[in-house]
Design a binder for this molecule. Sequence first.
Ligand SMILES: NC(=O)C1=CN([C@@H]2O[C@H](COP(=O)(O)OP(=O)(O)OC[C@H]3O[C@@H](n4cnc5c(N)ncnc54)[C@H](OP(=O)(O)O)[C@@H]3O)[C@@H](O)[C@H]2O)C=CC1
Ligand SMILES: CC(=O)N[C@@H](CCC(=O)OP(=O)(O)O)C(=O)O
Length: 349
Amino acid sequence: MNGKLRAAIVGSTGYGGVELIRLLQSHPNVEITSVISSSSAGVPIEEGFPHLTGVFERSLDGVEAAEIASRADVVFTATPSGVSAKLVPQLLEAGLKVVDLSGDFRLRDGAEYEQWYKHPAPDDVYLQQAVYGLSEVYGERVAGVDFISNPGCYPTATLLGLIPAIEAGWIKPESIIVDAKSGVSGAGRGTSLMVHYAEINENFKAYKINKHQHIPEIEQVLSDIAGEKVTITFTTHLVPMTRGIMTTIYAGMNDKYSEQDFVDLYRKYYTGRPYVRVRNAGIVPATKEVSGSNYCDIGFATDARTGRVTIVSVIDNIVKGAAGQAIQNLNLMMGWEETLGLGYTPVYP
Ligand SMILES: NC(=O)C1=CN([C@@H]2O[C@H](COP(=O)(O)OP(=O)(O)OC[C@H]3O[C@@H](n4cnc5c(N)ncnc54)[C@H](OP(=O)(O)O)[C@@H]3O)[C@@H](O)[C@H]2O)C=CC1
Ligand SMILES: CC(=O)N[C@@H](CCC(=O)OP(=O)(O)O)C(=O)O
């Protein structure tokens, strides 16, 4: 490759998009050549986002596939579900490589979109073309492709916490319960009553119980790994914090495994994968330990009395759950070192 890869970001005025700008600033092989907005074309991005002053200053461009293709080689679509379904095919047809951050291309069975996302599925050709980019598990599949569907935030934390144990046959798939908690930035920058300060401050809410759109995504991958249909009980909660996801996962064990057994199994599975860190036996991670970084940290507690294991997995929803994993996928897609542009130490405290 001569020079840097040119990248465009659609949805650059949202939380995922603005995080892509932050992270790509320190990517040695990528230059952002276009930041795109459907509502503010022509406006300098630093006007709406003063934290970018002197760091990244550029006027926002409009959403037009041919124009984007004239400025960029790869485009990140950090756009709402439903928008990506229509936009991504145009971008692919214009010859761009695409990393889509929405849920619109994650489910192989298009019939599931009406039920879970309440909008029609994209054209099946693109649904089948999309490669699901859970980097630590499907990194090899991503290499060299043109179109990556980036995993959801809750699925990333849940799947990285479950896959080694499912693959090893250590837990009973039918027993899995996932208790998931997210900071409010997971809901995006658009306002809604749910994330209104007075509604969320000093409050703790469960929502979309058994109806969350990430359930079929998680079940699809777990079923692939287990080789049988897996269904889960999945409850999401909104926590009064800005960033972070914790999934607390409960499952029945098939034998008397110790915490050290789980630590050894997971460290072996994630050998050579720098963004999954497995805590020592008996220690579980907290969301601040990954905040602002691309890490997924995992810890275990086993209970010989009940025969169950509790797996705690944490990520930063906007980094590993969105923009960070999207860049990790770009690196794998391009055959670059997985860590390029992602060398952030978590912000603590
Ligand atoms: N926040 C998170 O933690 C995560 C988000 N995601 C997914 O990533 C995507 C982006 O999320 P997030 O950044 O939080 O969302 P935001 O609501 O913060 O931002 C979405 C952006 O999309 C742009 N947009 C809206 N309509 C259109 C359109 N018709 N054409 C082009 N752009 C449009 C808007 O910008 P403008 O009006 O300027 O065009 C808006 O800023 C979503 O699909 C989300 O589900 C995935 C994982 C985690
Ligand atoms: C806190 C919060 O509201 N989170 C959002 C996550 C949305 C998201 O990331 O959606 P996709 O991955 O499907 O694009 C939610 O629970 O719907």
